[in-house]
Design a protein. Sequence first.
Lengths: 271, 888
Amino acid sequence: MSASRTDGAARVRAAFSSATDAGRSAFVAYVMAGYPSDHVGTDAGEAALRCGADILEVGVPFSDPLADGPVIAEAGRVALSHGGGFDSAVRMIASLRERGLDQPILAMSYLNPLLAVGADVALRRLAGAGCDGLILPDLPAGEMPGFERSAADHRLALTFLVAPNTAPARMEAAINASTGFLYVVPLLGVTGARDRLADGATALLARVHEAAAGRLPVAAGFGISTPEQARALAGVADGIVVGSALVAATGEGGPGAVGDLVARLSGAVHA
Amino acid sequence: MTILDQLLTASRARARHDARIVPFRELRHEVNALPPARRFEAALRYGNRLGVIAEIKRTSPSAGSFAAFGGVAQLAHGYFEAGAAALSILTEPTHFGGSDEDLRAASGIGLPVLRKDFTTNAYQVFQARAIGADAVLLIARALPGDALRQLLEAAAEAGLDGLVEVHDQAELERALEADATLIGVNARDLATLETDVPRALRLVEQAQSSGATLIAESGLSTADDLARAGETGAHGVLVGASLLASADPAGTARRLIEVAPRREAPSVPEHPTRAMVKVCGTRTEAGVRAAVAAGADFVGFVVASERRRRVGAERVAELARGLNGGPKPVLVFHRPTRDQVEAAITESGIRNIQLSGFSAPPPWAANVDHDELIGVLHGGPGARETLQHAEAWYAAGATRILLEGATGAEGGGSGRTPPLELLRRLNRILPMGLAGGLVPANVSRATAIARPALVDASGGLERDGEPDPQRVTAFVRNARRDPTGADRVDARGRFGRFGGRYVPETLIPALDELTDAWTIARRDPAYTAELSSLHRDFIGRATPIFEIPPDALAERGGIGQRVFLKREDLAHTGAHKINNAIGQTLLAKRMGKPRVIAETGAGQHGVATATACALLGLECVVYMGTTDIERQAPNVQRMHLLGAEVRPVATGNGTLRDALNEALRDWVANVETTFYVLGSAAGPHPYPDMVAELQSVIGREARAQMLERLGRLPDVAMACVGGGSNAIGLLRPFLDTPVRLIGVEAGGRGDALGDNAASLGLGRPGVLHGAFTMLTQTADGQVVEPHSLSAGLDYPGVGPQLSALAASGRLRVERATDDEALEALHWLSRRCGIVPALESAHAVAAALRMLPSLPASTAVLVNLSGRGDKDLAIVEQALPSAVAAVTA
């Protein structure tokens, strides 16, 4: 229990509403912990937060990332090859807090690294490091109710995903179970850059907004890599998530490149 | 407020908090799915010396903080080595510095563990079981009124022993009134923390005649203390502070245990590893046949009385011949004389007897020359008396006991069920069976509550006064329902605690659609008829059973044991995989999905899917790791020839698991047009259940074929396990029988992580490819690439149902190494003219290895899941050194 901590869900929502109040969408940046090294990964996270990200997602490396495309899968493999994993992600979050960064930070993790530590222990450690919540691509809402309650007990926000083929009842379940924001995947497929936005992305976001009815912010992610794509969706989403493009930038140009790209992307959604 | 009051207040607050996170309903569900707890009370009651319960606590209000010990698990292990009978772990956090984690750490050692805490409600009792405790402390003073009895009942329901702690005469009487069987007398007054050992031992002595199992707690630290405790009739002592205050707690424990006084304990048999089923009152050949086919353990014939369901001894002998060495025949008597029993044994030649109608075992029972002696006793009035009755029967030579609800005057078969909760409690202490009032419709529920060692029915199996074969079949099947749920999938797609759907949300609609389509198709005569005609005409089913010649087995130490191979290698495309591929592609066609994808390891599933798609006119894409493409080249060529596209997967190690990841990614992206034919009984629900059902044709055929061949079921059925589809396919139809089920995993090069593919035997539970199941993984949850020479077994997970069956104890798990499999492949090829797949050779190797240790009359059924043509290149290269290694 961490009763003295601020509620992660409230902090995440506050980040969205201050963006909304400023007349823009929130920008959510994803970086992989331990990629290409612990130090550079942490610097990349710092760069993202200093250059315009409203929220940071920290990827937890996993051996079998079945929701991820080649870029993030490869980054995870590199991170694992030098001992990365749940521990390195916790360390990264803690050191970002030590560096004085105060924006919401979410861990994006597959279930197994958390279950291996013990779900409750894992959640306690994340909360202790200063993490505000989690996104779990392989945990559908309602599949593990104990985990959802345990996250709430540790004051961690949970974000579930919905896809273009999600039925209304499932959408409602994801909205109810999400306490931070709702993550809309506008395409059928895994993470990674696409040449163009999925057909129907705008219509899907409108449909999700209607279902959410203001109960929580709605952000779009997967397949968004350019400022143009981000801008195109900014009008219909409360937030835009970019992952693979930033991970690629980390590998190619380091934290500096991440900062530049975040500045351009967040500028696009701020416009 | 006394310290006790403070502790209880804090305890209630903890329970309220925990119940918000895991509600009682869910906790209870979780506990019901757990395998049986270790036997705490029995370890003390039947030990041949005064048992020492060694305690671990970090601090205590009376003694202060204890010097740091090297970790709970390490100290628990030290106590185990020192000879402790059981462990007691303080989990109370506010005054004792304990935690549930401490108990979890101690639970893995192998000794029964008591959760010592200030338990105030049923929630905490179930919680104790959930964190790995085997017994729970119930403090009489903390549980006023009826609360004590209620928590004892909760403990029984959770499958735990309840240790009722008392301090004075009044509390002792309350414990006895609450029907406690296990009572601890604490020399320390919890209100004042003062200790008075002589007074406590006087109370123990006084309680001796009650028949309870008695523990002396607190203040005992020397050989003299233990001797005095022994003299008062205590079965055990609980020692904590005096061990923990010493520099070397485990060493101190060892020196104390060495001087613990010896005692004469009643002798009771071991608990059977699973519940036995007895069918009673059989009078006809049809009844005997039904009992044999259903897999009863015992068939009872009522003789020598004026009761119904009676047959003469000669007729019994005639009927018993139809058992063919399967179920054991039992002569059932009601209040017979010794002469009647001995005459019936002589006339029938049957040496198993059951005696009912006696309030105590007749004095001559021990002198009758018999094998099995089943004693029927009638419960009451309380738990301790019933326990003592049962011990008297075991002392008189009984091998098993049935508890019946009837009174002694009425005798057996009165149709009354004994109190099931009482039976559950007593069966944790000594093996006890359930009889009376059982029918096919109520036996599952009764066994789920009582968890008996033996179940018996007679009247409930009749229709119009005659035993009814259909009711016999249903009774045996229902009696064997696995109380942990491992034998069936539930509404949430789980087998016990394993299974589920841990996939991206995008796949949920597809899995829902698939579940609906499968649920309808499996009951649709059009689908099942098409499937069975393809089984016959396209696959070549039924595949035969081949018996390895006895002279060949003699070379491997056989002295009459028989080994039968289920020849799935003769199925079209050379392996069992086609059974599933045909079933799923038929379903794809039904659902109007034009495109089929599949993953493959050894290539057998890829070939099978390509074959089925060629037949049904579907587009087929097969994902295959680059490493596998290299080592299974002939299968790649076959897939091309069949018109399938083989997509190489170079990520990871280029093996099955990488192919599966890639296939799932494809499915996420193309879910609306694509049907994913998953090759193993793994992955998200409904795949594990659907694939198992489609493969169960193997076991259904084998069960009928063995019954026809032997006139009975085999004793053992075994199969190799990678993902486990051939294993679950063979074994599922035997789940409701007494047949011993064995899964053989790839032992590879050895037991180190990464040297084998033994997820059941050496792995830990986790989530991979959509299911909660056993995995080969690192301590921080990264899945480790397994090793096996056979491409079809090197999968890091396993189907969730096999995980559940292994956890419940229904499935025994063995390993065969690369070398053993190669040697078995070589031997079977040379000696029998059958070249098995390397995968199947693992099962053959384990069968040959265990052969000399099996009784001569044993019949073993092995699934020969595929043929070895695909493995020739590997075999040629690796065989010489393997044969040398195994035969050396």
